[in-house]
Design a protein around this ligand. Structure first.
Ligand SMILES: Nc1ncnc2c1ncn2[C@@H]1O[C@H](COP(=O)(O)OP(=O)(O)O)[C@@H](O)[C@H]1O
Ligand SMILES: [Mg+2]
Length: 385
């Protein structure tokens, strides 16, 4: 049984449309059809626009102002952009075009339920943890670390819900690493920021076989608004309510929207390799982050990737040069990482026992295990798998 049943009032004159809507609502155990005049405040009203749209809008506006109802969906056989704009400005959440498309109606209702349930859930549930991964240089393995860390978490016994966000504008490679085919991207989010909620994000994210959900990067920038710190914050806040852990592949960007992500991170992993130029960059990056004071020092962890035991620079020399402890070192394994990329599979599928895979899994456990106590206590938000 659902924890709560939402009352939906269907204020629709057209008999066929009303019948169809009522059927759909009745088939959903979380929803109940309610007569308008009766008792409790409806949680949702589906309102059909008549010939007097001005009058209809006035009635709706006063009802919405008086808090006499929860959300409003409009339905009509007319799609007039002025009308839609006015409805959206008033706070109408969905517009259901007639003849109705059942799948669209169900999707809109699912979104309503998620939004309405959220206020109850977020009080009880702790917010998800944000782990950002950024490279001190291109090609050091940032995407490899982010992807395999996220897959490791998704495949772990803790059964947490995991999101993986690709912030690399234009050249996001996560879909290639995981052989997933996104149909949407960030541009769509930015264009529809007013509709941003968990149901909307779920439509945009792609599920990977490991149970992980991927939010792909902008594949084409043409004409789409770019992410700003404000939109980024909003997206991340919704994701934190939806998932236990949000892993972010931040690439090397230091743009303002990415700085917002860093600021909101519980852990920032800086990926470096044991080469002098790269360590030099890492040191500079650490200094800039310190200067910006956007996140406490203890949240920043340096990870050495492609570690060779016989390297010219030792871990302790590296620590000395960057003036910070190295949190983790991941062994070099060109064959496994390349074959994973070429097959579009995570390392756990191409070399489960390889030291590089084990190291990444252990790092994942270490990162979330630090607050394992809390995670088991969590009632947790939605189970997407
Ligand atoms: N631990 C590793 N050992 C050997 N090669 C690695 C390792 N991690 C990543 N690579 C290789 O480095 C290259 C760049 O990796 P990628 O994750 O795309 O880096 P970035 O996102 O920083 O550009 C890839 O060819 C990948 O196979
Ligand atoms: Mg990359």
């Amino acid at each position: 049984m659902p924890d709560k049943t939402f009352l939906v009032h269907v204020k629709v004159e057209n008999r066929q449309v009303r019948k169809k809507l009522e059927e759909i609502i009745k088939s959903d155990p979380g929803l109940r059809v309610q007569a308008f005049e009766k008792t409790r405040r409806p949680d949702l009203v589906i309102y059909e626009l008549g010939d007097d749209t001005e009058g209809d809008f006035q009635v709706l506006q006063s009802l919405m102002n008086s808090d006499a109802l929860g959300e409003v969906f409009l339905t009509s056989d007319r799609t007039d952009s002025q009308l839609l704009l006015k409805a959206m400005r008033m706070g109408v959440k969905e517009f259901l075009l007639q003849p109705l498309n059942e799948q669209e109606v169900r999707q809109a209702l699912a979104g309503f339920k998620v939004r309405s349930g959220q206020s109850v859930r977020t009080v009880a549930a702790e917010r998800g943890k944000v782990i950002s991964v950024m490279g001190s240089k291109g090609g050091v393995g940032t995407t490899t670390v982010a992807v395999n860390l996220a897959v490791s978490l998704a495949e772990s016994k803790a059964k947490q819900s995991i999101a993986l966000v690709d912030l690399n504008a234009v050249v996001g490679e996560i879909p290639l690493f995981l052989a997933v085919r996104p149909s949407y991207h960030w541009g769509e989010i930015m264009q529809n920021i007013g509709r941003l909620d968990s149901a909307f994000l779920m439509n945009i994210m792609v599920r990977h076989g490991s149970g992980l959900y991927v939010l792909p990067s902008p594949s084409k920038l043409n004409g789409y608004p770019v992410a700003t710190p404000d939109t980024m914050q909003r997206v991340l806040n919704v994701l934190r309510d939806m998932f236990d852990v949000v892993v972010i592949d931040g690439g090397q960007s230091m743009e303002s929207a990415h700085l917002k992500v860093i600021e909101m991170s519980d852990t920032l992993l800086i990926v470096s390799i044991l080469s002098l130029p790269c360590l030099h960059n890492t040191h500079n990056l650490l200094r800039s982050l310190k200067g910006l004071s956007i996140l406490p020092q203890d949240r920043i962890r340096v990870v050495i990737n492609r570690h060779l035991k016989k390297s010219d620079v030792s871990i302790s020399e590296a620590e000395e040069s960057i003036k910070q402890e190295i949190f983790w070192s991941i062994p070099n394994d060109y064959k496994a990482t390349m074959s994973a990329i070429n097959q579009g599979k995570p390392l756990s599928k191409v070399g489960r026992k390889a030291p590089v895979t084990r190291s990444l899994t252990e790092m994942a456990n270490c990162l979330v295990g630090e607050d394992r106590e809390d995670t088991t206590k969590r009632t947790k938000r939605f189970r997407w798998h």
